[in-house]
Design a binder for this molecule. Structure first.
Ligand code: NAP
Length: 243
């Protein structure tokens, strides 16, 4: 029996990269996956690869967009057992050059988005007395990075949100955990210079960049029934980079 047979799993930022790998991993284990991206057409590319998956267009930073989309998902697929808050953006630049917009946009998608989506599933999960939330943070939220003050703050915020919700929801059998990826080969990291890439590979004991599948394995574990006594934790998946 697959671990997620007939469970309803919502993955934000599922059009590509890590989110696509996560959505496919749940799909392989029998889940009915709701794939969210900014536009439905973007999410379709992933949903078409997964039996029974449905694509949704939703701006996770927008309250009414989240409310409407999550209500639609419940009506299409049923009460969700799993939420993966994966949607995220970067607007990298040094602090001296960082505009208020660079700051606000990153907080809005990465942190407010996780808050809005978590809130949107909480009532149903509490009623069902079962839920698994997994938030995608970053090693940058644990150790910082020059040129990423906005992103680092948002990803550290995701870890704080994770611990607070773990305390708030644990009594209802809802666990809330985070995954902190290192350098993963996706569009987000495709503009890394060859020099930067070589330095990451040299620093990581495992000696390579990560894949979306590396992250998906950690996410599905934390979202499984078997992980029911793990909550408020951040699982770093970075090939040992920050050791
Ligand atoms: P990516 O390839 O750039 O994909 C980002 C995803 O987020 C896309 O599906 C995008 O949808 C979606 N998205 C962006 N803004 C959104 C919004 N307002 N509403 C809904 N969806 C939105 O990124 P990735 O590398 O796979 O990263 C996924 C997550 O892992 C992010 O949270 C990122 O911060 C985190 N992470 C990545 C790395 C890495 O090395 N790649 C490392 C640490 C953490 P559209 O296609 O519609 O734009």
């Amino acid at each position: 029996m697959s671990r997620f047979q007939d469970q309803v799993v919502i993955v934000t930022g599922a059009s590509r990269g890590i989110g696509r790998a996560i959505a496919e991993a749940f799909g392989r284990e029998g889940a009915r996956v709701a794939c969210i991206a900014t536009r439905r057409e973007n999410a379709l590319a992933t949903a078409e690869r997964i039996a029974g998956a449905i694509a949704y267009g939703c701006d996770v930073s927008n309250e009414s967009s989240v409310q409407e989309t999550f209500a639609q998902i419940e009506s299409d697929l049923g009460v969700p057992q799993v939420l993966v808050n994966n949607a995220g953006i970067t607007r990298d630049t040094l602090l001296m050059r960082m505009s208020l917009e660079d700051w606000d946009q990153v907080q809005a998608v990465n942190l407010r988005g996780a808050f809005l989506c978590s809130r949107a599933v909480t009532k149903s999960m509490m009623k069902a007395r079962y839920g698994r939330m997994v938030n995608i943070s970053s090693i940058v939220g644990q150790s910082g990075a020059a040129g990423q003050a906005n992103y680092a703050a948002s990803k550290a915020g995701v870890i704080g949100l994770t611990m607070a919700l773990a305390k708030e929801l644990g009594s209802r059998n809802i666990t809330v955990n985070a995954v902190a990826p290192g350098f993963i080969e996706t569009d987000m990291t495709s503009e890394l210079s060859e020099e930067m890439r070589a330095s990451v590979i040299a620093k990581a004991p495992i000696g390579r960049l990560g894949s979306g599948e590396d992250i998906a394995h950690g996410v599905t574990f934390l979202a499984s029934r078997e992980a029911g006594y793990i909550t408020g934790q951040t699982l770093t998946i970075d090939g040992g980079l920050i050791l």
